[in-house]
Design a protein around this ligand. Structure first.
Ligand code: SF4
Ligand code: SF4
Length: 127
């Protein structure tokens, strides 16, 4: 898919250098500005660090969100969102407790679907 690079961007790559995702060997704004295919816009942590350093004042956040609206949600992200609605958080049950075990923490049980639905309910819903 063609990437509409913001007109004001002069390709200085300061945003790429400072990006937390780039520093973790991932691709976010880097892949987007280099017109690579992939899930760059979905990897963005929305820290806005790139916007702080951009000398051109490019609305990088707006650019990334526009990209997300154009793309199909990657499977991993879709599963994460599904997990939030079903259980109240991103990780799968086993993954979550595996991470806790690494730190010597006891296994936790999860909220039931009804409780999660209650937590996720919009205040305006039903009123
Ligand atoms: S910092 Fe701004 S001008 Fe530089 S590459 Fe990134 S978006 Fe473009
Ligand atoms: S907002 Fe996204 S693209 Fe910008 S520095 Fe943070 S993670 Fe990287």
């Amino acid at each position: 898919m063609r990437v509409d690079i913001p007109e004001d961007c002069d390709h200085c790559m300061k945003c790429v250098d400072c990006c937390i995702i780039t520093q973790m060997d991932g691709y976010s704004i880097a892949s987007e500005l280099n017109e690579l295919s992939g899930d760059g816009a979905w990897s963005c942590a929305n820290c806005w660090r790139c916007m702080e350093v951009c000398p051109q004042g490019v609305d990088i956040f707006g650019f990334m969100m526009k990209r997300r609206r154009k793309e199909i949600i990657p499977e991993l992200i879709r599963r994460g969102i599904d997990g939030i609605f079903r259980k109240g958080f991103w990780f799968g049950d086993s993954q979550f407790n595996e991470i806790r075990e690494l730190f010597g923490l006891p296994v936790v049980r999860f909220l039931g679907r009804e409780k999660v639905a209650l937590l996720m309910a919009d205040e305006g819903e039903g009123s």
